[in-house]
Design a protein around this ligand. Sequence first.
Ligand SMILES: [Zn+2]
Length: 111
Amino acid sequence: MVIEDLAVQNIVRNHSLARAISDAGWRDLRTMLEYKAGWYGRDVVAVDRWYPSSKTCSSCGALVEKLPLNIREWACACGAVHDRDVNATRNVLAAGLAVIACGDGVRPPRS
Ligand SMILES: [Zn+2]
C-alpha cells in the first residue's frame, strides 16, 4: 500500500478543508494500515510530503509550476488531461512502487 505522508497540520490551515481533514483521523488510519499490513506481510510506503504528486503529469513526468487548489482539472503540454486527484494518485502509486523496487527513500515506520 502506498500513502502520501501529508502535513495535516498545514492542510488544516486551509479553512475550507480544516473540518473535513480534522474529522478524518488520519493518524489513526495510518496506524491501522501499518499494523494490519504487518499481519499480512504487506508493506505500507509513505511517499514524502514534498513529492509534487498533483503537479507532476502522470503521463510524461512534466512538472507544472503552479497548481492552485481550486484547479481540479488541468491539461499538460503533452496533451494529457488530468483530474487533479486521479493524477496525484497515479503519481503516488508509481513513486511508492519505485521506492519498493529500489529500496530508496523509505522513511522509517512510526513506532
Ligand atoms: Zn504530460
